[in-house]
Design a protein around this ligand. Structure first.
Ligand SMILES: NC(=O)c1ccc[n+]([C@@H]2O[C@H](COP(=O)([O-])OP(=O)(O)OC[C@H]3O[C@@H](n4cnc5c(N)ncnc54)[C@H](OP(=O)(O)O)[C@@H]3O)[C@@H](O)[C@H]2O)c1
Length: 314
């Protein structure tokens, strides 16, 4: 039987790359990977081709290229790239373009990698956190959540996938422990004693693969995480893995927003939202369900064992 092709947006990146590798690691699974990239000649694209992916040139800002890339595909994995441009409007436009391309190509199963629209719980009139860019509380969340309707209203058979904080942010996003004035390593997480759902980013792709194997999840919203951990628990796991003490620095969201790096206010609001709605946010990311999609799902300790040497210790 012919394999079902999954067109993967962001294939050279973190989420999409994990999905391509998960598909290719299961040659008898009945699926083939089509990796979308703006540059098929890049090293990352060539590495995916060498693993057995079909590599197709596409830019989500170019609807014609997206139409060609989705043509004949059984499934489409759709993700946007907020931190490349910091524009919710661009994210909305790209999500709309992917939903339209999926509709036009008649894909049987799309996954939209989304996040909650926080304004449903924290309306703009709620002064607990500042309104950003005029109409958002957590811009990189709200635009994704708002974009859900492009998929549902066009009638694209979609699973809405709420992802979680990548533990890989400790390597690539400056979220790792930093040396304080006392010389001690401190892990900053502005969530007090509340739990943060986290995941190894490679596991997002593996869970997405599990979703493509489950057509019963079409029309559903699902959430995934590897573990729900407090800042103190993460600091303890870091101490153990690194062999030196890491303390949890539970600054307030307000202090975090003031850190001044690009996106600090967005992330400060995000952590505050996760802390204020801990039960709902963790409840939307069931661990047993995530493991049922991806039996290889890693814990934070397992992820640390494999990655501790890659975490820059500032
Ligand atoms: N960091 C976190 O903890 C976290 C948690 C949950 C959700 N997220 C969300 O995850 C999203 C990013 O996903 P990711 O981490 O998988 O991204 P990523 O690793 O930055 O990779 C994105 C890939 O997308 C491709 N790309 C960028 N612009 C494109 C365009 N216009 N057309 C086609 N391809 C394009 C790039 O590939 P080429 O250069 O090869 O085209 C790039 O390799 C963000 O929106 C973020 O908000 C992040």
């Amino acid at each position: 039987m012919a394999k079902k092709t999954i067109a993967v947006v962001g294939a050279t990146g973190a989420q999409g790359g994990g999905l391509v590798r998960a598909i290719l690691a299961d040659p008898s699974g009945g699926f083939a990977a089509r990796a979308l990239t703006r540059d098929p000649q890049s090293d990352k694209a060539k590495a995916l081709a060498a693993l057995g992916a079909e590599v197709v040139k596409a830019d989500v800002d170019d609807p014609k290229s997206l139409a060609r890339a989705f043509e004949g595909a059984h499934g489409a994995f759709c993700v946007t790239f907020y931190w490349d441009h910091f524009s919710p409007e661009k994210e909305l436009a790209q999500a709309r373009a992917m939903a339209q391309a999926a509709k036009d190509a008649g894909v049987k199963h799309a996954i939209w990698s989304t996040l909650e629209d926080t304004r449903k719980r924290v309306p703009l009139s709620d002064s607990r956190m500042p309104t950003l860019l005029g109409k958002y509380k957590v811009p990189h969340y709200d635009a994704k959540g708002e974009a859900n309707h492009f998929f549902t209203e066009l009638g694209v058979p979609t699973t809405l996938l709420n992802t979680s904080f990548y533990w890989d942010n400790l390597i690539h996003f400056g979220s790792g422990p930093k040396k304080g004035p006392d010389g001690k390593l401190a892990f900053v997480l502005p969530m007090g004693d509340k739990k943060l759902p986290g995941i190894a980013v490679e596991d997002i792709g593996r869970c997405a693969y599990g979703i493509f194997k489950r057509p019963d999840l079409i029309g559903k919203t699902v959430g995934i995480a590897g573990e729900h951990l407090t800042g103190a628990q993460m600091a303890a796991a870091l101490s153990k893995a690194l062999g030196q003490e890491v303390v949890h620095n539970a600054v307030t969201p307000e202090v975090y927003r003031g850190f001044g790096f690009p996106g600090a206010d967005d992330l400060g609001n995000m952590f505050q939202y996760k802390a204020d709605f801990e039960a709902e946010y963790c409840g939307a990311r069931d661990l047993a369900f995530s493991r049922s999609l991806n039996p290889q799902l890693q814990t934070f300790a397992q992820w640390l064992a494999a990655n501790k040497d890659r975490i820059p210790l500032g």
